[in-house]
Design a protein around this ligand. Structure first.
Ligand SMILES: Cc1cc2nc3c(=O)[nH]c(=O)nc-3n(C[C@H](O)[C@H](O)[C@H](O)COP(=O)(O)O)c2cc1C
Length: 189
């Protein structure tokens, strides 16, 4: 019943992972089990639209996707985070969530009722367009997104910059608190 937190930044130990660790800390404060995974060291190919995932609940491509997909299924919560790359999420994260969506659709909507949301960081601008395209991933998969007191965004260019972004830290902490609330409510049912 934990939360899986996935960083879509190809840069290890950067601002995306720092914001995820803020979320992770607050979830742990609320006694929720968590795991942070960076896609930076993973091999994630693109969806080829072969439809061979139909009915077998996995992708037929032999890379790191299926192990990650199993972890997604084992957790009730899913948080995905990305830096803004040319006004969009990274291609690494998009490859992952496009395959997640396709396998889910082809196997009776396995992502339905999972709870979570996206987190985005950029040096200057593009956070909202990037956040919105990640929100589309949650909405199309019938997932539940708790909110914050603003959007789940941070500001930072160089590694570690988001440590100085007090507002970003507050937005992510509030989001994590609400995520914990929703998770607790769902578990009672
Ligand atoms: C290829 C590339 C494209 C980028 N595009 C944008 C952009 O459109 N807007 C922006 O504000 N920052 C942009 N950035 C800056 C990153 O979003 C920023 O450095 C971020 O903190 C990186 O997160 P990370 O440390 O987790 O990798 C770009 C960086 C790279 C490498």
């Amino acid at each position: 019943m934990g939360v899986l937190l996935i960083s879509g930044s190809p840069r290890k130990n950067g601002n995306t992972e720092l914001l995820l660790s803020v979320c992770d800390k607050e979830l742990k404060n609320n006694n929720i089990e968590t795991e942070i995974i960076s896609l930076s060291s993973k091999e994630i190919y693109h969806c080829t639209n072969c439809d061979r995932c139909l009915g077998i609940n996995k992708c037929i491509q032999e890379d790191d996707f299926n192990d990650l997909y199993k972890k997604v299924l084992q957790n009730r919560g899913l948080v995905v985070a990305s830096p803004v790359y040319v006004g969009s999420p990274t291609s690494l994260l998009m490859a992952f969530i496009q395959r997640l969506t396709y396998v889910s659709f082809n196997n009776n909507h396995t992502l339905s009722k999972k709870i979570g949301g996206p987190i985005v960081v950029a040096g200057e601008t593009g956070q909202l367009t990037t956040l919105n395209s990640l929100i589309d991933f949650y909405l199309v998969n019938e997932m539940i997104i708790p909110s914050s007191i603003y959007w789940n965004i941070g500001v930072g260019v160089n590694k570690g910059d988001v440590k100085n972004d007090e507002k970003g830290e507050l937005y992510i902490t509030k989001f994590a608190k609400n995520l914990a609330l929703v998770l607790e409510g769902m578990e009672e049912k």
